[in-house]
Design a binder for this molecule. Sequence first.
Ligand SMILES: Nc1ncnc2c1ncn2[C@@H]1O[C@H](COP(=O)(O)OP(=O)(O)O)[C@@H](O)[C@H]1O
Ligand SMILES: [Mg+2]
Length: 441
Amino acid sequence: MLSFMKISASSAYDRGSEYLVGLDLGTSKITVVVAEREGSYGEAQIIGIGQAPSTGIRKGQIVNIDQTVKSLRRAIDDAENMVGENLSEATVAFSGANVESVRTTGMISLGKAPRSVIKFDIERVIEAAQTELSVPGGKMILHTIPVEYSLDGTRGIDDPLGMAGMRLNIELMSIIVPVAVVHNVKNCVTRAGLEVSGLVIKPLASALGTLTPEESVVGSAVVDFGGGTCGVSVFFEGRPKHLGVVSVGGEHITNDMAVVLKIPTNKAEELKKDLALFSDSPPPEQPNDLEFEYMGRNYTCPLDKLTDIVRCRVEELFSVYIKDEIAASGIASLPGGLIITGGGSKSAGIDQYLSKTVNMPVRVSPPLDSGRMPPSRNGVEYACAAGIIRYVLEKEKDPLKYIDYSFEAENIEMSNPTIPPLPRRGKSPFQHVVNLFKELF
Ligand SMILES: Nc1ncnc2c1ncn2[C@@H]1O[C@H](COP(=O)(O)OP(=O)(O)O)[C@@H](O)[C@H]1O
Ligand SMILES: [Mg+2]
């Protein structure tokens, strides 16, 4: 199965270009990103981003199939109108509670005398580490990610291929998710008219969408501060060390404000976006007492009270839940600091405020590709969507970097969790082209 969409429109084939499509299932919005590239292996350029409010997803999890399908269809239509093509398949980013990141180790002998590591050895050692893993009933492995290789005891080997040694060790990270969640995601996307060509856990896509190569090597944490969840990822030596999802997001802040002010959430949401709730020096025009009229009633509230409540919520989120996720990576020091992205990172002054809470430098990051994205849709809330394209490209470049489940519907057994198969051996660029032609004709 190709990891990019089939070319459904003849015009695309005539131009010799192809599309990569990513679909970000968020709690607040659904985003469809379309990238185009020349031929099968060129650079990809994002040419369109469609979106629609997400109405059937709560805390990252699908809670209403019909509403999710409708939102998906609206987002897909929006993207199709933008790029003038019919889309047929996409790599889908999703999250939700119960995302587990489990590490196992594996070892194989290369023989009695040192010899060069071949691709088959790498596949064998990955399989050895996979056998150490026990997957509980009702769960499945979504991603298998080599974290670190060692050769004859020398740790930190980035890519052992071609290196000499007698013993190859690996540390593997597996991302385990409920089978039912994957079923629901697949079901909704298929009903909305797209085939699912791949799945990616949202925090991984958000990290790939924002982390600079230096940050990912020296050690950094990324938080995608979304509507109902925060995706957390920790990278070190260029590889993910931990991925997790915290079921708290910007909506919780809005709800707190609505409860305190006794106003509907849409008004609280509007106020949250207008007020500088984290800034040490708020703009001079911001009053000390908030006074406004809403639906014929007058409201007043000391701004101090509101900022205290919002800051308490964010403090708890970062200094308890997110701190725990970062600690689970086992990386003691993160010189690259904390990178925050997602709609929640748009609050004025939140970076300075958080740098004191987490005691690290904090950078608010738009997508790395923002300069090449549509100007009105290239902000922090699109980092995950842009990251899906980077994920697809990285996986294609090195199929053993992120190994994932085979997404054929019949393979997702509700009662029988399976170890993901390794990518087919020796899949050359030529084979890729052959497959592409097979799919076309
Ligand atoms: N200017 C802003 N200030 C504060 N929060 C914002 C702002 N803009 C958007 N948000 C918040 O960002 C969240 C949505 O982020 P987004 O990344 O789009 O979510 P998701 O990926 O979960 O759909 C919402 O809770 C929204 O209130
Ligand atoms: Mg998001």
